[in-house]
Write a protein that binds this ligand. Structure first.
Ligand SMILES: C[S@@+](CC[C@H](N)C(=O)[O-])C[C@H]1O[C@@H](n2cnc3c(N)ncnc32)[C@H](O)[C@@H]1O
Length: 181
């Protein structure tokens, strides 16, 4: 079982990244923040033998993420104790994947790091973050911009009385995608 420090991304949300960007084996991904490494793990498996560069500013979280990835990952993740608002070291990247408080501050750095046709993805719990992110995206040559959320309705299946479950998860976060032209 993975250790959890900050809130991890829900697997139903994380899978949207694969569906909406088409990342696959051999690709290069830059991610921030690493958090507990839950998203890192999905990215690690999806792009193997490609590489994941995972940034975080919190040393404690980075240690937990690294422990999780050492146990469950594919050996293709490099963690960086670095503030991604200050820039991205990598070039020719296929995807920049964000789950941090101010994703709009990474939009310009991502544009420099991405290859033409590469994607930026951001997960945010609040709509204000989405608005700031979208406003910043519009200043660069990004296309295919969209924002979505995942709503899963599970069913109780009984001999007599099949119906949706009474309780469901109301909100996790908004996911925004854009592609460098
Ligand atoms: C919600 S957590 C990410 C959870 C992660 N996606 C997961 O599934 O486990 C947000 C992380 O962003 C990191 N963070 C915040 N600002 C950052 C920055 N400027 N650069 C890099 N990481 C940052 C925090 O330290 C925290 O670990």
């Amino acid at each position: 079982m993975m250790k959890k420090m900050p809130q991890t991304i829900n697997p139903d949300d994380a899978c949207q990244v694969i569906a909406n960007t088409g990342i696959s084996a051999g690709d290069t991904v830059v991610e921030a923040g690493a958090g507990s490494g839950a998203m890192t793990l999905i990215l690690s498996y999806t792009v193997f033998p490609g590489k994941v560069y995972s940034y975080d500013i919190n040393e404690r979280f980075l240690k937990v993420a690294k422990e999780n990835i050492d146990v469950y990952g594919k050996g293709n993740v490099e963690f960086k104790l670095k503030d991604i608002y200050e820039g991205i070291d990598e070039k020719n990247v296929d995807l920049v994947s964000l789950d941090l408080p101010e994703p709009h501050r990474v939009v310009g750095h991502a544009f420099e790091a991405l290859r033409a046709g590469g994607f930026i993805f951001s997960f945010s719990p609040c709509i204000e973050q989405v608005i700031d992110f979208r406003r910043e995206l519009s200043k660069y040559d990004y296309t295919e911009v969209r924002s979505i959320e995942t709503i899963i309705r599970e069913y109780e299946v009984k001999e007599k009385g099949t119906r949706p479950r009474t309780r469901m998860l109301g909100h996790t976060g908004y996911m925004s995608f854009a592609r460098k032209a």
